[in-house]
Design a protein around this ligand. Structure first.
Ligand code: ADP
Ligand code: TYD
Length: 220
């Protein structure tokens, strides 16, 4: 809901996700968009996956730390969906119901591509489980598109202790990259591909314009 009394209809809530390979600049852009929208008077919740709620953050630690072979792809799908369900119940749905714009750093597209396509060919399982326990899609998704070599160098430079997926290497990141682009091609209305190989401010301006156009288009 927009602050200042202009729009009072709680249907003004929106779910926006950022997707992309590790180190593509999603988190940087999610933060920048949240700040821009807040500055323009919108109520914004900035959140992330896996995580975004107390229980989901506990599940995150199981997922992002430890040996790359710690879980099978099937087990990961269950854990990511458990985390997402908690995130949805505790954070996303209450915020949408009160008319806020929820910006999430990753959502279900990550499971579609990491577990459904790149780690294993389990897209049917991912889609069935999503339909059963999640059942919603973002209104708008920004796919920050980035060359895997450059993104991997950025991501590993951080050494956050959460490198379980990044340690899967360049070939894995290439599969993710193609998977995300295929998904964008299949969902042209929802997923906007944004060139991530530009200065941070240039990308944020591009994203903010697209977001503003989308908000204008849906305002009655
Ligand atoms: P992600 O969330 O996709 O893993 P981050 O936003 O955390 O990516 O960015 C990964 C690293 O790259 C960070 O150190 C960040 O400061 C840097 N970074 C992000 N966007 C850019 C950009 N457009 N150009 C150069 N460096 C960037
Ligand atoms: P994230 O914190 O976004 O990592 P990064 O900032 O490096 O991109 O996500 C942690 C890891 O979890 C990341 O490597 C992607 C992976 N992941 C999946 O494999 N499936 C999922 O459904 C989600 C949400 C994340």
């Amino acid at each position: 809901m927009r602050k200042g009394g202009k729009f009072t209809d709680s249907n003004n809530g929106a779910l926006v996700s950022f997707e992309g390979i590790d180190g593509s600049g999603k988190s940087t852009q999610a933060r920048a968009l949240a700040q821009t929208l807040q500055d323009r008077g919108y109520d914004v919740v900035l959140t992330r996956e896996p995580g975004g709620a107390v229980g989901a953050e506990a599940i995150r630690r199981l997922l992002v730390e430890g040996d790359p072979d710690r879980w099978s792809a099937e087990t990961e799908i269950l854990l990511f969906n458990a985390a997402r369900r908690d995130h949805l119940e505790k954070t996303i749905l209450p915020a949408l119901a009160s008319g806020k714009i929820v910006i999430t750093d990753r959502f279900a597209d990550s499971t579609r591509i990491y577990q459904g396509a790149a780690r294993a060919s389990l897209r049917p399982l991912v889609d069935k489980l999503h339909a059963l326990v999640i059942g919603i899609e973002p209104d708008l998704t920004f796919l920050i598109d980035m060359n895997p070599k450059a993104a991997l160098a950025r991501g590993l430079a951080r050494r956050s202790g959460e490198d379980r997926f990044e340690e899967l290497g360049l070939e894995f990141q290439e599969r993710l990259h193609h998977g995300f682009l295929d998904l964008a091609r299949d969902n042209p209305g929802r997923i906007r591909v944004v060139d991530g190989a530009r200065p941070v401010a240039e990308i944020s301006t591009d994203v903010a314009h697209q977001m503003q156009d989308w908000l204008k288009a849906r305002t009655p």
